[in-house]
Design a protein around this ligand. Structure first.
Ligand code: ZN
Length: 309
């Protein structure tokens, strides 16, 4: 190795400022200063106040999928700009910025993996890409994941982290609410389980469609979940909102969620449920999940499988 190679190796081992988090970070909730590595080892949860920090798609997939099993699909789908929309910046520029932040071309990463050995279609939102907003590409990726789940008899899991429908696509993004909901109905009709995991934040058109359609709906502690923002609601109805309004715990208490699960226990909980649903698998020719006591045979006559979504 000559001197140049040594120099190059050294240079490569130095992460860019964007890649490298600073050694010390501050908890947004309790303001404690913590060593980054310590927080990273604790699944990005504050050891002092248990605040669940936002994490990107990469870390989320790492936490849920069995090591090395995740295969991404539909990477090539990229948002177009049908309305030539410009707010403070052109939509196209925002997409490029999102790509720089996340390395992805949309706020959704969809793929296939195993979770504790169970084959699963996994869709993960990344809030860093345009606030995890739901546009045409995101909707299409969810629908394709649902179709793969049906075709392969897999469970479907969507991890939401989103501000809602993407303003820049206007009605096109609102259409994704019905498009994804229709696809999930077919997942259900095929007797396959769909788990919806809500993380901070799950708002707007996402919470008003697929995120709330899970057979099981799980949230992370402290996650903000709702449709409109608190200020808007307060101004509209003209009264004070109850304490803890729109938090995961509040929604659990009021029957909107099935459970609130700490990040460290999330994979185990999901895996247990996958095994639970799998216990109802049929023989190898017609393997399917039983959901809500239904079997695939109940739906054979009702053939909607060729419907275009
Ligand atoms: Zn804290």
């Amino acid at each position: 190795m000559n001197f140049g190679d040594i120099f190059n190796t050294f240079r490569k081992s130095q992460p860019s400022p964007e890649e490298a988090p600073s050694h010390w970070i501050k908890c947004p909730e309790c303001n404690s200063l913590m060593y980054y590595k310590e927080v990273e080892n604790l699944y990005h949860v504050c050891p002092k106040c248990q605040y669940h920090m936002r994490i990107g798609q990469e870390v989320r997939i790492e936490l849920l999928a069995d090591e090395g099993t995740f295969i991404e699909f539909d990477k090539g789908l990229i948002p177009v700009d049908p309305l030539k929309f410009v707010d403070k910046k052109p939509y196209k520029k925002r997409v490029v910025e999102g790509e720089k932040k996340t390395g992805k071309k949309s706020s959704v990463v969809a793929g296939e993996c195993t979770i504790d050995g169970m084959p699963t279609q996994l869709v993960v939102f990344d809030f860093k890409f345009m606030g995890g907003s739901l546009g045409s590409v995101e909707g299409e990726k969810i629908v394709r994941a649902a179709h793969r789940a049906i075709e392969k008899k897999h469970a479907l899991i969507i991890v939401s982290a989103s501000g809602g429908a993407r303003m820049q696509e206007s009605t096109f993004s609102l259409m994704q609410m019905s498009k994804t909901s229709a696809a999930l109905k077919r997942v259900s009709e095929n007797g396959l389980p769909f788990f919806s995991i809500l993380t901070d934040p799950t708002m707007g058109g996402v919470s008003a469609s697929f995120a709330m359609l899970g057979d099981i709906i799980i949230a992370e502690p402290g996650a903000l979940i709702g449709f409109a923002g608190q200020r808007v609601i307060k101004q509209t109805i003209g009264t004070e909102l109850p304490e803890g309004f729109q938090t995961a715990e509040f929604l659990l208490e009021h029957g909107f969620l099935d459970m609130v699960v700490k990040r460290e226990n999330m994979k185990k909980t999901v895996a247990d449920m996958l095994h639970f649903f799998d216990a109802g698998m049929e023989n190898s020719d017609r393997r399917t999940y039983k959901a809500a006591g239904r079997r695939v045979d109940d739906f054979v006559e009702d053939d909607t499988s060729s419907a275009v979504l």
